[in-house]
Design a protein around this ligand. Sequence first.
Ligand SMILES: [Zn+2]
Length: 190
Amino acid sequence: MAVKRMDTGACPICGRALSRFTTHVTLKDDTKICRDCENKLRVKYPLSYYIRSRGTKRYRKDPLQELTLMEFLAELEGVKEYVEDLREKYGFNAVYQVEDITMEPNGWFDPPLIFAKGRVVYGFFDIGDKVRVVRRGVGVDAEIKGINRQFGEEQDIIDWEHRGEPGYPCDSIVFSQKDLIVAPGDIIVK
Ligand SMILES: [Zn+2]
């Protein structure tokens, strides 16, 4: 008797079971990689979204999908060194590149909300982090009030939705602080 089975496989890197209920990325050679392994290389292969000139449908641009499993494994070997080089270059543990700013009033008594759109270059950012907003080498202290990931691309990892992770676009890192100015081109560091 034929047994109907769910089409499941395992991540070839860590062995975790994959199914249609898990989030995974499909490589160029059709290999499926689990979310955790995907995250290890994201810093070097950042995910982005774009919307075509007409319409509102968003498209995912994922450079990891251009790699074969062999290439993925080779890249994984060097990723630690890649991040170390970035740390040395910038001189911080984590860096966020600000691309765009929007502001909203925040009631009568609180400073306006500043939404800094951009992406995490490397390292991690969490709500409550004490950071510095750096412009032309000059830094100002600030505290992160909120983090909104773009399009919630990892719907199965709700806990991480408000964490800034390397290689994922951020809809905003949120500040509300008297006299704080954040501008496109600034970096947020810690
Ligand atoms: Zn894996």
